[in-house]
Design a protein around this ligand. Structure first.
Ligand code: ZN
Ligand code: ZN
Length: 228
């Protein structure tokens, strides 16, 4: 609700249209006789205002304020999270009779990101990678909030290993260090193999041994006892 532009918050067509209420003589109160007693109540004629308006403003119908919709630009500080409240002083509803305007509180809801997941000031990101890449070691490009960074993947890295990129997370609203970016490597099992790919993998499996697959070898030895 904002002050009516037509009457400037007067509620009447002009100053002379406002007069002292005749029923209550401007006190805003009425005395009603109830048996032996006389009780004071709010004046029914003027609603306690003490004044009546002869010709109400046509725009606000005497209400002094009108509903208005405005779009304003606001700054979102880095680091806001769900339910962060931003106070915009004086952007609330206008007061009546020259009263100060209220404040507008904007409550933030953070949208889901297609790549990053957030936990406080830390962010997480899953990066699929091929089996030969992790087996041989490589360097990959990973997304960051600002763009991208290069990440060295050592030979023999296992699936779901997390690499931490310090200070690549979210700014802490209350000051202090930025959070970290955690990159989780997920090995993608190859699918839809061509004949040549299948041939190479079969050969690879044929010559793999306990040095190249120590976990599998250890597991197989452990369960041998259960089978026999
Ligand atoms: Zn009155
Ligand atoms: Zn008006």
């Amino acid at each position: 609700m904002e002050t009516c532009d037509t009457c400037g918050g007067l509620g009447a067509k002009s100053e002379s249209d406002i007069e002292v209420c005749r029923v209550c003589s401007g006190t805003g109160q009425q005395r009603i006789q109830q048996g032996f007693f006389s009780v004071a109540t709010t004046c029914r004629s003027c609603g306690g205002q003490g004044k009546t308006v002869r010709n109400p403003c046509g725009t606000c119908r005497g209400k002094k304020r009108v509903p208005k919709t405005r779009t304003i630009r606001i700054n979102i500080p880095a680091g806001v999270d769900n339910n962060s409240r931003i106070k915009l002083s004086g952007e609330g509803e206008h007061g009546i009779d020259g009263g100060p305007p209220g404040d507008l509180y904007v409550v933030i809801r953070v949208k889901k990101h297609p790549i990053f997941e957030r936990d406080g000031s830390d962010i997480f990101c899953e990066v699929p990678i091929s089996f030969p890449q992790v087996a041989l070691g490589t360097e990959i490009e990973v997304p960051t909030l600002e763009g991208k960074a290069r990440l060295k993947i050592p030979a023999g890295t296992q699936s779901h290993k997390i690499f931490r990129l310090r200070n690549q997370g979210i700014v802490n609203l209350r000051g202090g260090n930025r959070g970290d970016l955690h990159v989780r490597i997920v090995v993608e099992t190859p699918t839809n193999l061509s004949a040549r790919q299948r041939e190479l993998l079969e050969e690879m499996e044929h010559i793999s041994d306990q040095d190249s697959h120590p976990l599998r070898d250890k597991f197989m030895n452990t369960i041998k006892g259960f089978f026999s």
